[in-house]
Design a protein around this ligand. Structure first.
Ligand SMILES: [Fe+2]
Ligand SMILES: [Fe+2]
Length: 206
C-alpha cells in the first residue's frame, strides 16, 4: 500500500485501545501510545496539502522515530534481555531498528519531491509497523512475565523524559532549505539528546 493512502483510523486506534486495555500508566503503555503517534505522523505525510507541509511532517516523523527507537534501546530492550530467552528477541528488534535507521538516513537526504521519496517512505512505513507489532507481540509478554509492575511504572518517566526533547526546527530560509533539502540536524544528535535526557531522569530517580 502506497504512502499516498493514509492508514485507517482502526489501524491507529489499535495501539491506543491496547494501551487503554492495559489499565496501567507504565512504560509499556508509553510504547503503545508512541506506536499510535508514529502511525499518525506517517499519515501527516500522506495527507499533507503542500510540499512545505510534507517536509514538516517528514521532519517531525524523523525526530519522533529517532527518539522512540533510542528510548527503546535504552529502556525497553534491556528489559527483554533480562527475561529468560530474551536476548535473541531483543537482537532481532535491534536489527530491525538498524535497518530502519538506514532507510531514515537515506530519506533525510532526499527531498519530498524526489521521485524516489514515496517508494522509500512507503517501505519505511511497512517496516516500522511490522517492527512495532513484533515488539508488542514478542517483547511485551516476556517483559510482563519477568519484570515487576513497580519497575515498569518507574520506567515510564524515563520514557517521557526522552520524548520531551524538543525537535530541532529547520530554518525556513536557511541555505539548505533553499536547495529543497531538509535542514535537519544529524540523527545522531537527536539520539544523543534523547539518551542524555534518559540519563538525567535516571539519576534523579536514584
Ligand atoms: Fe523499536
Ligand atoms: Fe517501538
Amino acid at each position: 500500500m502506497s504512502i499516498k493512502q493514509p492508514l485507517s483510523t482502526d489501524e491507529i486506534m489499535e495501539d491506543e485501545i491496547k494501551a487503554r486495555q492495559r489499565q496501567r500508566d507504565d512504560v509499556l503503555t508509553r510504547v503503545l501510545e508512541d506506536h499510535a503517534d508514529i502511525k499518525r505522523r506517517f499519515n501527516a505525510i500522506s495527507t499533507a496539502d503542500s510540499v512545505e507541509q510534507k517536509r514538516d511532517a517528514l521532519h517531525a516523523l524523523i525526530h519522533k522515530l529517532v527518539v522512540h527507537e533510542t528510548a527503546e534501546q535504552e529502556i525497553l530492550h534491556p528489559l527483554t534481555r533480562s527475561a529468560d530467552g530474551g536476548d535473541n528477541i531483543a537482537d532481532d528488534r535491534l536489527e530491525e531498528e538498524r535497518a530502519a535507521e538506514q532507510l531514515l538516513a537515506r530519506l533525510e537526504k532526499l527531498d519530498v519531491e524526489d521521485p524516489n521519496f514515496d517508494q522509500l517512505i512507503t517501505e519505511l512505513r511497512t517496516d516500522v509497523i511490522e517492527h512495532a507489532e513484533a515488539e508488542e507481540d514478542k517483547e511485551f509478554p516476556r517483559i510482563e512475565q519477568f519484570v515487576s509492575a513497580d519497575k515498569l511504572d518507574a520506567l515510564s518517566s524515563l520514557f517521557r523524559a526522552a520524548e520531551a526533547t524538543a525537535p530541532t526546527r529547520p530554518h525556513p530560509h536557511g541555505p539548505t532549505s533553499a536547495k529543497g533539502n531538509l535542514a535537519l540536524g544529524p540523527m545522531v544528535a537527536i539520539a544523543d539528546r534523547a539518551r542524555d535526557a534518559i540519563r538525567q531522569a535516571r539519576n534523579q530517580q536514584r
